[in-house]
Design a protein around this ligand. Structure first.
Ligand SMILES: NC(=O)c1ccc[n+]([C@@H]2O[C@H](COP(=O)([O-])OP(=O)(O)OC[C@H]3O[C@@H](n4cnc5c(N)ncnc54)[C@H](O)[C@@H]3O)[C@@H](O)[C@H]2O)c1
Ligand SMILES: [Zn+2]
Length: 363
């Protein structure tokens, strides 16, 4: 089992990565000070039906362990479920020394984390990520729920006490969820680590290659990027914004199609291709946009869904948190492994988006 040390300004915590990291749960809970008074596991139906018992049994103590299970899917990362979870926490008598366990993918990590961040002004929580994508979301302490007018618009920064990444849980993940998580892995490589990008291209020809030792290696590297970024900038005053590479258009696509219609990673993959094309236009430089398109298609990432309106997407991009007073700030790639945040004029955003749409639909 690997142990990665995550150090942010507000908190340091371990991330355990391996085939069976649940063995760490008991000692992690037992070591917490002040002592944990009770536990609420928050999960979704697809995950709870498979793994809730395993996690409950792994706590091995006489603590009261409760659960709160929501249906699966991004649209459940809602204010309604946030409120229901708070009601459950109050009904079962959680107190300031209770512990929340987020058992699930990024949807649950964000929802449960936000419940923990705000219940009685903040209680402790542990992340037990169950998707590939959650190598990103479980680290760094950003927690949130969606609002119909914008993704992740209501949230907080709240770091977990520990992250237990038990990769045998990934065995039941559908292939499109592997791909969704792989998009964030490619993102980590493209913004920070050219060597990792080259390794992924050479060693991971199809997503089925991402198993066993290769999976652990890739996760370790990608988590390392996320950890390095958040350790330098916990609250997104600067370089943490790099993690939004591909997300400005990605979030707009998700919002426009309706949360859950397209996976987060597929939307981000499309957004990264657009960001690369825009980078070529801003820097007047050939970044091999076409070869990125080929690589992404080979992994199975979809084209931009047909029939979307450029104007509508731009409107949504402007609502994005990265837009300051209406100017869209894009994370652009200077070269593989190096990005920066650049305000881009509406004209260039629009003309490149139109070019991107033409190329997506004609390639
Ligand atoms: N907080 C952050 O820093 C951060 C970073 C990236 C993404 N996110 C958020 O993460 C979310 C996306 O995360 P996600 O892709 O993990 O989505 P998710 O949690 O909705 O999981 C995807 C689907 O897989 C199912 N599932 C989960 N684990 C499974 C397993 N082991 N076996 C079978 N099925 C399983 C879920 O039930 C769900 O249907 C988005 O809300 C995004 O905004 C947050
Ligand atoms: Zn993301």
């Amino acid at each position: 089992m690997k142990s990665v040390h995550i150090a942010t300004k507000s908190k340091q915590y371990p991330l355990y990565l391996g085939q069976n990291t649940l063995t760490k749960l008991e000692e992690t809970v037992a070591a917490m000070k002040p002592a944990v008074s009770s536990v609420l596991i928050i999960s979704d139906e697809a995950v709870a039906s498979r793994y809730l018992d395993d996690v409950t049994n792994a706590i091995h103590s006489d603590l009261s362990v409760y659960s709160f299970v929501v249906p699966s899917g991004e649209k459940e990362k809602s204010f309604e479920n946030y409120y229901k979870a708070q009601t459950r926490a109050l009904e079962i008598g959680l107190d300031r020394h209770s512990l929340v366990i987020a058992l699930g993918g990024g949807m649950i990590g964000d929802l449960a984390g936000f419940v923990a961040a705000t219940f009685m002004r903040g209680i402790r929580f542990i992340q037990i990520p169950t998707t590939l994508l959650a190598h990103d979301s479980a680290v760094g302490g950003k927690v949130a729920v969606n609002h119909p007018l914008g993704k992740n618009m209501i949230g907080a920064f709240h770091q977990p006490e520990a992250v237990l990444y038990n990769i045998s849980f990934l065995d039941s993940l559908p292939v499109y969820e592997w791909r969704s998580g792989f998009a964030e892995m490619l993102k980590h490589a493209l913004i920070w680590d050219a060597e990792l990008y080259a390794w992924l291209r050479n060693e991971v020809c199809t997503l089925e290659d991402l198993r066993g030792d290769k999976l652990i290696y890739a996760l370790d590297q990608a988590i390392g990027v996320k950890a390095a970024v958040v350790s330098q900038d916990e609250t997104e005053k600067g370089i943490r914004a790099y993690l939004n590479f591909g997300h400005t258009l990605g979030h707009a696509i998700e919002a426009e199609l309706g949360y859950g219609t397209v996976t987060h990673g597929d939307a981000v993959a499309i957004g990264m291709l657009y960001a690369i094309l825009l980078s070529e236009r801003v820097y007047h430089k050939d970044l091999q946009y076409k070869s990125f398109v080929q690589t992404f298609r080979a992994y199975g990432f979809p084209k931009l869904p047909a029939g979307l309106s450029a104007d509508r997407l731009i409107e949504l991009m402007k609502k994005d948190k990265k837009a300051n007073s209406g100017v869209i700030r894009m994370v652009l790639m200077k070269e593989i492994g190096e990005v920066e945040v650049v305000p881009v004029s509406d004209e260039l955003i629009a003309s490149t988006l139109e070019e991107f749409m033409d190329r997506e639909w004609s390639l």
